[in-house]
Design a protein around this ligand. Structure first.
Ligand code: SF4
Length: 98
């Protein structure tokens, strides 16, 4: 079994150079955005435009996927308990149609 570092190196070798930055940033554990980007890119075989036209609307990452033609309009909205939560694009479209 490969060590984590060996698995990381193997993955890096298998992906285009343009995608490696997102992956490296994600693997440092400091950016969920980079993790989502890296995962979506890997999911579609590293074809950036394919992430935008992803059809798996049931995927839990779908509302948060990067490279959408309509930029993800994340903004903080006040949650009931006084805290904040991030509003996803799908929330925006639902509230616009209501
Ligand atoms: S949102 Fe689409 S591209 Fe991203 S992980 Fe899910 S299925 Fe793959």
């Amino acid at each position: 079994m490969l060590s984590q570092q060996e698995q990381i190196e193997k993955r890096l070798e298998d992906m285009p150079e343009t995608c490696r930055g997102h992956y490296r940033k994600a693997m440092k554990g400091r950016s969920m955005k980079a993790a989502i980007t890296a995962f979506c890119l890997e999911c579609v075989g590293y074809v950036r435009s394919e992430v935008d036209i992803c059809t798996d609307i049931g995927c839990p990452l779908y509302p948060f996927r990067p490279f959408q033609a309509i930029p993800w309009k994340a903004r903080k909205v006040k949650a009931g308990s006084g805290g904040f939560r991030v509003k996803a694009a799908s929330d925006v479209s639902q509230s616009a149609s209501a």
